[in-house]
Design a protein around this ligand. Sequence first.
Ligand SMILES: Cc1cc2nc3c(=O)[nH]c(=O)nc-3n(C[C@H](O)[C@H](O)[C@H](O)COP(=O)(O)OP(=O)(O)OC[C@H]3O[C@@H](n4cnc5c(N)ncnc54)[C@H](O)[C@@H]3O)c2cc1C
Length: 332
Amino acid sequence: MGESEVFVIGAGIVGLLTALELTDRGVDVVVFEAATVASGASGGLGERGIRANGRHPLELPLMARAYARWADLGYRRTGQLHVTEREADMPALAEQARRQRQAGIASELLDVAGVHELEPEISAAVVGAVWCPQDGTADHTTTCHRVAGELRRRGVSIREHQPVRRMPAARRVIVTANGGAAALVGVETFEVFPQALVVDGPAVARHLIGHHHRRVILKTLAGGQTMLTGGWLGHAGTVIDDHVRANFEEAVALYPGLGDAEITAAAADRAEAVSADLLPIIDHDDRVAVATGWSGHGFALAPAVAELLAAWVTTGRWSPLLEPFRASRLRG
Ligand SMILES: Cc1cc2nc3c(=O)[nH]c(=O)nc-3n(C[C@H](O)[C@H](O)[C@H](O)COP(=O)(O)OP(=O)(O)OC[C@H]3O[C@@H](n4cnc5c(N)ncnc54)[C@H](O)[C@@H]3O)c2cc1C
């Protein structure tokens, strides 16, 4: 391994986009990947939500920045509704919309009529929502392979099947190994296996749908099937039948039209690193930066994080937008 280049460890969305941003800035970069491109959380069943709606306030500035990049990378801008079935939640949703607008993210509070106009098939129990028109979905696996293809065209070496076991002696190292970062740089994360289902039935949801109190997220895939997630977990890479059933029941409660739909795919085969406060860990020392601990919602943030990590390499400046995500916040 040479002394002059920048090494990126991990060829998921964060590592690939960071490498792309570095080559945009004329930096020589080599990517090391333990398995293959998009073999981790950035690949697999269905699509990923590209959303600001409902995010932690500290992540909103990153998401506001990421949208423009997503427009270039390619995503389906469906808009997202973050819905509730409880009148008592409406003040919290109004505050959410206000906070998101303040961060530069178009957001609007919808009343019952507004929701049902946008989502005619949704349960009559839904009383309101926050509407984020810039949100949408992306085919995550295809996005990663497209970025990897562009890197290779630019002459970047993506060294697959090359797990990095100790920190290499490059000028700078960017560790984007998700769960693998813990062993390399000592950050405290644990791994989970989020569950994703695909059901065949009527295409009931016209937008990306999140829920304030039910554990369900719905998206209608490009092919017309419905994908369900919502924080349900598998175990060691396989689904748990009770969680599959519960996730589906939550979806049917929200969209009764899915009642006769058939579950055609169920997966929990993609490990994701989770931090103690469910926020990412993005940090650096003189030579090494790390970005991990995405806690199930890192895909949409990746373009902004990649841009800021690349800027750190070329300017030595650490963006104030990354400051809240230092590992030290989790220590005593
Ligand atoms: C089912 C599911 C649904 C999700 N839904 C959403 C969503 O709707 N919206 C959203 O924003 N996010 C979502 N996420 C989270 C999102 O997919 C992840 O946060 C994101 O893909 C993480 O990207 P990454 O590049 O950091 O990690 P990964 O894609 O996991 O890439 C890390 C890579 O590093 C490699 N690696 C590990 N250790 C080493 C090593 N020692 N040496 C070399 N390589 C190594 C791995 O093989 C892997 O390929 C979801 C995740 C899952 C699993």
